[in-house]
Design a protein around this ligand. Structure first.
Ligand code: C2O
Ligand code: CU
Ligand code: CU
Length: 462
């Protein structure tokens, strides 16, 4: 397994990413047409620290792109969302100020109506927010050796090795899933790890697939960080659910010298074919695989073993916003239009087949759906039916306070910006960054086909 080139901005606070096209050999002897940042497919890992940050985003493609910093808590005019397109040949260079906990974040294009296909074709990369203190925390921190960045995606290929982005109604309704797993843009790769404790930074960069990750030999996985940073202490898990747009960091102990495979259960949304009034066979073939292998990890004793035990504490934060004054309650229902009716729990929408909405309203670039006061903490209740939807909010961190009427699952602990909603999820959201009407923040389903089809809204913070 190869790791993306690491751009370390720790000294300069500057970096350049250029959207470009190229060809990628996913299968030997075949070249696929792809796009990426600074390379043919996907992008670099950019390590940033708190303080001034000056990205330079260039667009070498013939259509608009953007660079949305998914997981950075920055003002709306720095957020890189749909209102901040970079036109072909142009440059976007915001003067940013970063002030947040160390975490693993994500960046990707976010042009309304074409996010899904452009991310599918490769316009996404990874951010590490670092504070240089991981050694003191007792955490593995050697990039590509014991600190492995794993961007998980699934794709479909034609017989000649091209990426296939199908546009059947099913692919919109469920989101585009593939039958081939890519890790860092590579098919069928194997990761070498030291005989030690290894950190895996998992980023779900799939358009729609929800992974439920576990180890092939039942070895525990120790969850150390969720979207917004470290937990107070590691949490031992058997299975880790990760929806599109979510990140998690885990520790796996290889000090017994044995390798294992990172596995996943099938997509929980895949079995819904019958309920959507379709035959299940097509869907099951493409997406309904039961368990599958994501990545084999083999121990290579020549690699330097640095960390040999799982730390007891991490010193990260568990938000406790329940004590905060909640200024407002807002309800969001994630609706799927189908035929004339709505499949969601909300009101009737205008959506025809494939039309998606929130509270019955499909996304409209000119409509501000919500207005929030800067500094407030609000309760947001997200509901859905039929499918599980990964709900993401720009420019904020939130605490998940309940899921389906129960305590949050371990994956939903810590500071979050994306959470898989099965039926109803309650959030306490902290609004610390401003966003104007010109560059509002988005909230949306991170199944990118749903987002593009209208399951998105926008809000100001002032
Ligand atoms: Cu990663 Cu608005 O998205
Ligand atoms: Cu985002
Ligand atoms: Cu959705």
């Amino acid at each position: 397994l190869q790791f993306p080139p690491l751009i370390d901005t720790v000294d300069t606070g500057k970096f350049l990413v250029t959207a470009q096209s190229g060809t990628t050999s996913f299968f030997p002897g075949h070249q696929a047409e792809t796009i990426g940042f600074n390379q043919a497919y996907l992008g670099p890992v950019v390590r940033i620290r708190n303080g001034a940050l000056r990205p330079r985003v260039e667009n070498g493609l013939s259509w608009p792109v953007s660079a949305h910093w998914h997981g950075l808590v920055v003002p709306g005019n720095h957020d890189g969302g749909p209102h901040l397109p970079v036109k072909p040949g142009e440059v976007w260079s915001p003067d940013m100020e970063i002030g947040q906990r160390p975490c693993t974040a994500f960046f990707h294009t976010h042009i309304h109506g074409r996010t899904a296909r452009d991310v599918y074709a490769g316009l996404a990369g990874v951010l590490h927010v670092a504070d240089g203190l991981d050694r003191e925390r007792g955490l593995p921190d050697t990039y590509g050796v014991d600190d492995l960045t794993l961007l998980l995606q699934d794709r479909r290929f034609s017989s000649d090795g091209q990426l296939v982005y199908a546009n059947s109604m099913m692919d919109i309704m469920h989101g585009m899933t593939g039958d081939t797993i890519l890790v860092n843009g590579q098919v069928g790769s194997v990761a070498a790890v030291p005989k030690a404790v290894v950190r895996l930074r998992l980023i779900n960069g799939s358009n729609a697939r929800i992974y439920s990750l576990f180890s092939s030999d039942d070895r525990p996985i120790h969850l150390i960080a969720t979207d917004g940073g470290y937990l107070p202490a590691p949490v031992q898990l058997e299975t880790l659910r990760l929806g599109p747009g979510e990140r998690a960091e885990i520790l796996v102990d290889f000090s017994d010298g044995h390798g294992m495979s990172l596995m996943s259960e099938g997509d929980p949304n895949a079995g819904m074919g019958g309920m959507m009034g379709r035959t299940r066979s097509l869907l099951d073939d493409i997406t309904g695989a039961r368990r599958f292998e994501v990545l084999p990890l083999v121990v290579d004793e020549r690699l330097a073993a640095k960390v040999t035990r799982i730390p007891d504490v991490l010193g990260g934060g568990q938000p406790d916003l329940t004590a905060a004054k909640v200024s407002k309650l807002r309800n969001f229902s994630l609706d799927m239009g189908m035929g004339g009716g709505m499949m969601g729990s909300g009101r009737m929408g205008r959506g025809m087949m494939g039309g998606m909405a929130i509270n019955g309203q499909p996304f409209d670039m000119r409509t501000i759906n919500e207005r929030v006061r800067l500094g407030d903490t609000e309760k947001w209740v997200i509901s859905t039916s039929m499918l599980a939807h990964p709900f993401h909010v720009h420019g904020v961190s939130f605490q998940v306070i309940s899921e389906n009427g129960r305590e949050p699952r371990p994956e939903s602990l810590g500071w979050k910006d994306t959470v898989v909603v099965d039926s109803q999820t309650e959030l306490l959201v902290q609004f610390t960054q401003p966003a104007s009407e010109e560059t509002p923040f988005m909230y949306h389903c991170h199944i990118l086909e749903h987002e593009d089809a209208g399951m998105m809204g926008q809000f100001t913070v002032s």
